[in-house]
Design a protein around this ligand. Structure first.
Ligand SMILES: Nc1ncnc2c1ncn2[C@@H]1O[C@H](COP(=O)(O)OP(=O)(O)OP(=O)(O)O)[C@@H](O)[C@H]1O
Length: 320
């Protein structure tokens, strides 16, 4: 078996063995006046989990994060956040601050709002422009600069669970990349994250779980280790000009798995990125005429699934 498969399996095993539970939510419900905003929310998170909460505007993401952070109360259900896993951690969770002190400098905000200012300075430094943000009054900062300041305060807390609401809003490309690295580092040290986001690229880079929320309910959950293929290997959707037999593909050593979608369309899981071109060449040498060769990223699959499923729900809603 090739090294990449072994490495990914090892990573998957690590997640499965170091799986202390950090968050358990059961049967959560929330109404605003007569409108049910959240219903039957069940969710559990373990150490190392980075959970993306995806949903269209108004689907309930912020409400769920606000309830988990204690800013809003729920009408029904239970929430348990483990506070004991990290001994030095008194809070258990951290939420992006929703407001900062506008007439104080970035530095004063950190000193007032962060229990560990030195961590916050370090994180801000990794998110760029730290000098400007620290010295200026918050009311004079741009949206993206305020976002960085809020993130550095939230991420400084050495919590078990971090709740981030669209953290990449207003961040430039370099800062997004740095934020992804910070989240990955913290998750590998055992913290868990729930990240409400519309940005599929960010989700792909740092999340290992995905929850799709629609009309206040988590309708589907995916695990990137189990979702589309067993391991994170390149997936190709291939369309041929003529029908072919499975054996013709299976004999190629670098094809880890092949699934027939119809007799001219196949989903191939390749054993490594480096082997993709080799597989294509071997198929051509077998006189298989390839009409289409699409590199499928799991995240694209999720996005398509979500869009398709929102469309179906809309059609159903119109037919009621
Ligand atoms: N304080 C409130 N009072 C009444 N209704 C509210 C309140 N806060 C949110 N809502 C309603 O609850 C629903 C869910 O809102 P929420 O902000 O949680 O959605 P969201 O998924 O975070 O949306 P977005 O992607 O736009 O941020 C919406 O219909 C919204 O109008």
């Amino acid at each position: 078996m090739n090294e990449h498969i072994l490495e990914t399996r090892q990573l998957k095993e690590n997640y499965q063995t170091n799986n202390e539970q950090i968050l358990k939510v059961e049967s959560l419900k929330k109404k605003y006046h007569n409108q049910t905003v959240l219903q039957n929310i069940n969710l559990s998170l373990n150490a190392h989990d980075v959970y993306a909460l995806v949903g269209i505007n108004g689907s309930g993401k912020t409400t769920l994060l606000s309830i988990l952070s204690g800013l809003v109360h729920s009408d029904e259900g239970t929430i348990h956040i483990d506070k004991k896993i990290k001994k030095e951690n008194p809070t258990g969770f951290a939420f992006q601050p929703t407001s900062l002190y506008p007439y104080l400098s970035g530095k004063d905000n950190i000193d007032l709002l962060s229990p560990r200012p030195s961590n916050a300075y370090e994180i801000l430094n990794r998110l760029n422009q730290s000098e400007k943000i620290l010295s200026k009054k918050v009311k004079k900062l741009s949206f993206g600069q305020k976002q960085r300041l809020g993130l550095s305060i939230a991420l400084s807390k050495e919590a078990n669970l971090y709740l981030l609401d669209e953290p990449t809003n207003g961040l430039d490309v370099a800062s997004c990349k740095n934020l992804v690295e910070i989240i990955k580092d913290m998750a590998s040290n055992g913290s868990a994250f729930i990240i409400a986001s519309h940005e599929w690229d960010i989700i792909e880079q740092c999340c290992n779980r995905l929850g799709m929320i629609y009309n206040g309910t988590i309708r589907k959950e995916l695990d990137t280790f189990q979702g589309i293929s067993e391991v994170n290997l390149p997936i190709i959707q291939m369309k041929t000009l003529n029908p072919i037999r499975k054996e013709e593909i299976e004999t190629i050593v670098d094809v880890f798995e092949c699934v027939e979608l119809d007799d001219q369309t196949w989903r191939l899981t390749i054993s490594s990125e480096q082997s993709v071109q080799t597989v294509q060449q071997l198929l051509i040498m077998k006189n298989i005429l390839i009409q289409e060769w699409i590199n499928i990223k799991p995240v694209q699959e999720w996005e398509n699934l979500y869009n398709q499923w929102v469309k179906e729900e809309d059609i159903n809603a119109r037919n009621i």
